[in-house]
Design a protein around this ligand. Sequence first.
Ligand SMILES: NC(=O)c1ccc[n+]([C@@H]2O[C@H](COP(=O)([O-])OP(=O)(O)OC[C@H]3O[C@@H](n4cnc5c(N)ncnc54)[C@H](OP(=O)(O)O)[C@@H]3O)[C@@H](O)[C@H]2O)c1
Length: 323
Amino acid sequence: MNAIVYRRYGSPDVLECEEIEKPTPGDDQVLIKVRAASVNPFDWHFMRGLPYLIRIVAGVRKPKITRLGVDVAGQVEAVGRNASQFKPGDEVFGTCRGAFAEYVCASESAVVMKPRNVTFEQAASVPVASGTALQGLRDGGKIQRGQSVLINGAAGGVGTFAVQIAKSFGAEVTGVCSTRNVEMVRSIGADRVIDYTQEDFTKGTQRYDLIFDNVGNHSLSAFKRGLNPQGIHIMVGGPTGRWMIGPIALAIAAPVLSRFSSRKMVAVLAKESKEDLTIMRDLMAAGRVTPVIDKRYRLSEVPQAIRYLEEGHARGKVVIALE
Ligand SMILES: NC(=O)c1ccc[n+]([C@@H]2O[C@H](COP(=O)([O-])OP(=O)(O)OC[C@H]3O[C@@H](n4cnc5c(N)ncnc54)[C@H](OP(=O)(O)O)[C@@H]3O)[C@@H](O)[C@H]2O)c1
């Protein structure tokens, strides 16, 4: 079978599409014929080995695991001895190691059934980005019906889910994006859209109960200015630099600084969760969340897909589509 393989850190040029052995599922795993995968910033961090901290798990000089890709959707082809939740032919989506391949093995605790009204490409868009949005808003922000919620970076992979998930909780949602994405962000349910090329939301008079931040392009005090007195600033993403010093310092500082103010800051790192995948499956089946897909690439075009995502202006998710 064909798979994307890399043996050294670097630009997308280090990625090769190679013929490798088809995997066999372990006892608790399912073998999936991949129909679609999606690309996350996570993938290019592992590809580049940056920030350097990532190399503690990924390998110091070169990648220990030579495969890339996490989000996957496809058809179950075989199941391991102890895997009882799925059978061959089932259509599933979830997470695995090395999703940029024709076949992958995934733990059965990491995948759920795909709703019939959702395509493989849409399903592959969901796991990491929607999990981040859901856990950030629900667990980090304790989102409540009727709250005013601002999504900074509303047009990207995480942001397009965050807008729709916040609406599903009954929040009043403001999305922040550039001019070309204003209509798209409105079309997925935002009540208000701020074009950041025209207006800086941290300098306006509007205050929010929650600010969900994918971008990290303002100072902490500027974000705080945008919050209501009991508001929460949910830090999800932003520039990491080579050493990740900024985000680590923020994650350490957040609970300390929160003690001295009624306005809180939380840093959220998404965790794999079958329960959350199930929530997303139900929201999609009910038509309350529809993944936004920007571009589609073939398996051999993963380097181009990652290069595009790295530019930082994807509109929704970037998908790898297989036959
Ligand atoms: N904490 C976690 O567990 C976790 C998990 C997943 C991702 N993340 C992080 O979350 C961030 C977002 O991930 P993603 O998958 O959504 O990335 P993405 O799809 O690459 O995000 C691109 C989006 O960012 C928007 N953007 C760029 N500059 C902006 C600005 N100044 N103001 C508002 N929006 C701006 C772009 O909109 P325009 O084109 O309109 O500018 C584009 O739609 C990344 O930093 C990622 O590493 C964290």
